[in-house]
Design a protein around this ligand. Sequence first.
Ligand SMILES: *Cc1c(COP(=O)(O)O)cnc(C)c1O
Length: 404
Amino acid sequence: MSKVESRRAEMSRVDGFFGEFGGQFVPEELKPALNHVAAEYLKVKDDPEFLAELQYYLKDYVGRPSPLYYAERLSKSLGGAKIYLKREDLNHTGAHKINNVMGQVLLARRMGIKRIIAETGAGQHGVATATVCALFGLDCTIYMGEEDTKRQALNVFRMQLLGAEVVAVKTGAKTLKEAVDMALEDLAKNYRNTYYMLGSAVGPYPYPDIVRDFQSVIGIEARAQSLEQFGRLPDYLIACVGGGSNAIGLFAPFYHDTSVKFIGVEPGGKGCHVGEHAASITYGMPAIIHGFKCFAIMDENGEPGLTSSVAAGLDYPGVGPEHSFYHASKRAEYVTVTDIEALKAFQVLSQMEGIIPALESSHAVAYAMKLAPTLAEDQVIIVNLSGRGDKDAAQVFELLNKDN
Ligand SMILES: *Cc1c(COP(=O)(O)O)cnc(C)c1O
């Protein structure tokens, strides 16, 4: 086994729990579907042929490895630690999500499945899923709350352009939760010929493991690039946390490097009351939602609470079980950045480096901008630049004009 493969193997688990978090809290009729995926995944995860195929598409289709770029002007303007950006924004389709869907679509192909389903809120995971389905000529159905289809009309068009069928879910509040329910219902009925593509390191076992493994390419590369470019490991890793896939992908390969500190940045939104933020670890409590145990934002009725963030991709009331465990065991620290701070970082990175970050990634940049000046010049921070901000330009334009 190569070094890279052995690092992956070392991280994998089979019981689905990270401390007390994770698991598979689902109706009985869903268990066969999930266990089928788990069994098939265990067959391929260390198979050299599967990994070579994944490697081929990550290189020639996604454009990996993504650079680890020294943001010199930003670092010098802050006067402290050196800030390096892991450039996931340069991937095909503009974010880290493609790493995960590429892995999962190859898994589905290995399973002989020709029909893919997914759910999407902001539309980004739907677009990534539709992209790889087009690449392999697979039938693709995306469930999306009707409200979200209106808010994200352009992403609906992108998915349709890529050949996907977008189903507008009209039940309940007509948002992500209802779309998840529809997708799970579909899966329970059709799992023999249908693969459910999950978009973040959340959900019941085996999804948090699968998504972590496929996103770990970020951290595996960043670790090797650190040793090559500055001859040692970084002092800090910083990443934004929605469900937690880009963050866990960066962090997990450094898990045993205890000198490397992990900071997950949660969306602080507009305030600390339920409905004003989406900071599941900072303001939430341990609970079971969407089939797994994690820190979650709950309302007084014991239901997932309302959330808010300027970054649609971070707007989720739960967080991955592995992050919940990292928090409980103090392996990582979780902090918040407000909408206003993220908007500021969006502009600063654009002006200092000529890189327009996604609003999600701007949360991580904002925290790095606070931390760097408190550190010495020989210290190194790696910020995961999870995506590019072109998708957010119109929204930021409106927000900035509203303020003036
Ligand atoms: C979806 C998304 C996120 C949040 O998802 P995670 O699973 O927490 O990584 C962050 N950044 C970008 C650019 C996204 O599209």
